[in-house]
Design a protein around this ligand. Structure first.
Ligand SMILES: Cc1ncc(COP(=O)(O)O)c(C=O)c1O
Length: 480
């Protein structure tokens, strides 16, 4: 028989995995009555027959039993999986590759060659202290002559973790010991590892609407179901967040609360504390992705949610790709012991540790006095580029955007009648790219919004590119 499963089979084994996982996590205990076929089918949005087949298989496996005219009940002695963080990775028996589709929509946009690349939320290499960095390379190799011949530990170089732990405490009020830090190869790897550790097919994940699309693709690939929560200038509607937590028991809330990608919004301090309380109350892991914390223009953002977390419900990702040597791909993941243990296993399975050379080069740049100077210059340069982009957009009619106080992007509402994907097709023909709202939206809508990054090109190119975009948009509107 072919190994390829027919669609119906995928769904009923997914429903099976879903029920089993919830039993293992203790949501349904021995002799608890399980939801009726009809109720579960409604909740999972599946056909009743699919849920019925899942229950039947669970019964055959002795995981549930039936009481005549009453329904399904959890059997005694079903293996209990420890709560979030304690060993989830090892028990991933589900056929997860069948559940998700492998894609990275953002990466596909980035691969399109362009003269004017507004899709890259990357720092222009000209804004980095290149000469200084290359001088450093030599010094680091002089200091560690055996660097190329040495593995890093899985968790990351100890000196680097000590340095980052002290820095996070001093600058961001984060109580994080070197043992609570893991060095990953960029923020993207951290998201992928967390998805692997925590998510099973059919699990719910709370995500912002819109959000960083490569995270969405990671979650989809694991077969997770996305619960979109709108992010606004003033944060989230916490009643909506709580209703989702109560009803769907999501495994994870992936958020990017500081100079959010793509909108530029920052969740206010007061909500940060409340969100941590909600996560604790409902047992939902918050993954706080903080890639541009230090790229602010006027004043530093509020402390991360991680600063309010005492019970270990927040895992904090601080990538340094966005302001210092993106080529080194260094991200620090802060997590308490229960979450750190399975992450370390996942990291060891992925690559056994981020290359030591990258970590040592990063460490020596990071601790240099020159870094502070670089950061200050970078903030000014990016602020100027943001202003130039805004001025150029103002030359068109009907364009609206939020003015970010940090980060790398403008989230732009297109003039009436324009469709982001249609505009992108035309723009690509003229050598210009941006990120269409549809790929940032977990629901695949937002076709009237786009993300324009002002970080990658210099002022003159930004001005030319935006003027070209405005012209293209006008031509499109006229031609329809
Ligand atoms: C919100 C967010 N998270 C993670 C990443 C990935 O970071 P890295 O380049 O460190 O993998 C990005 C990069 O664009 C990002 O914007």
């Amino acid at each position: 028989m072919s190994k390829r499963a027919e669609p119906g089979k995928i769904l009923y084994t997914q429903a099976y995995d879903y029920i089993l996982d919830r039993i293992r996590r203790g949501d349904w205990k021995a002799h608890d009555k399980l939801p009726s076929v009809r109720a579960l089918a409604g909740e999972l949005q599946l056909h009743r027959l699919t849920v019925f087949r899942a229950y039947r298989l669970l019964k055959e496996h002795g995981i549930v039993y039936v009481k005549e005219k009453s329904g399904y009940y959890v059997s005694e002695g079903t293996p209990y999986e420890e709560p979030a963080g304690a060993g989830g990775y090892a028990s991933a028996a589900a056929p997860r590759h069948e559940a998700g589709r492998l894609q990275n929509a953002l990466s596909e946009v980035h691969r399109i060659p362009a003269d004017y690349s507004f899709s890259q939320a990357l720092i222009d290499p000209n804004l980095l202290p290149n000469l200084f960095l290359s001088d450093h390379v030599k010094q680091v190799f002089d200091r560690y002559p055996k660097l190329l011949g040495t593995y890093s530990s899985v968790q990351g170089d100890e000196e680097l973790r000590e340095l980052l732990s002290a820095d996070l405490q001093r600058k961001n009020k984060l109580q994080v010991s070197p043992d609570e830090l893991l060095i990953t190869t960029g923020g993207q790897q951290a998201i992928d590892l967390l998805a692997g550790v925590y998510l099973r097919p059919m699990d719910h994940v709370l995500v912002e609407r819109p959000t960083y699309s490569s995270a969405l693709d990671c979650f989809r690939q694991r077969g997770a179901r996305l619960l979109p929560v709108e992010i606004r200038r003033d944060g989230y509607d916490l009643d909506v967040v709580e209703a989702y937590l109560k009803r769907h028991k999501p495994r994870m809330f992936y958020m990017n609360p500081t100079f959010h990608n793509p909108t530029g919004y920052t969740v206010p301090a007061v909500q940060r504390k409340q969100l941590v309380e909600l996560a604790e109350r409902y047992g939902c892991l918050i993954v706080e992705d903080d890639a541009v914390h230090d790229v602010y223009f006027v004043q530093p953002p509020p402390p991360p949610l991680y600063a309010y977390d005492t019970e270990g419900w927040v895992v904090y990702l601080r990538s340094f790709s966005k302001y210092l040597a993106p080529g080194l791909r260094i991200c620090a993941v802060a997590a308490r012991t229960a979450a750190m243990a399975p992450l370390l296993t996942a990291k060891s399975l992925a690559d056994n540790g981020t290359p030591l050379v990258n970590q040592k080069l990063f460490q020596h740049c990071f601790e240099s006095v020159r870094l502070q100077l670089h950061l200050e210059k970078l903030r000014t340069a990016l602020q100027i580029r943001r202003d130039v982009m805004e001025q150029a957009l103002a030359s068109g009619t009907g364009w609206q955007w939020f003015r970010p106080q940090g980060g790398l992007n403008l989230w732009v509402h297109l003039p009436d009648g324009l469709n982001a994907n249609r505009l992108l097709t035309e723009s690509i023909r003229r050598g210009l790219t941006f990120v269409p709202g549809t790929i940032c939206d977990p629901m695949g809508e937002m076709n009237d919004q786009i993300r324009l990054s002002y970080s990658f090109m210099n002022e003159a190119r930004i001005q030319e590119g935006v003027h070209l975009l405005v012209r293209l948009a006008e031509e499109l509107v006229q031609s329809e």
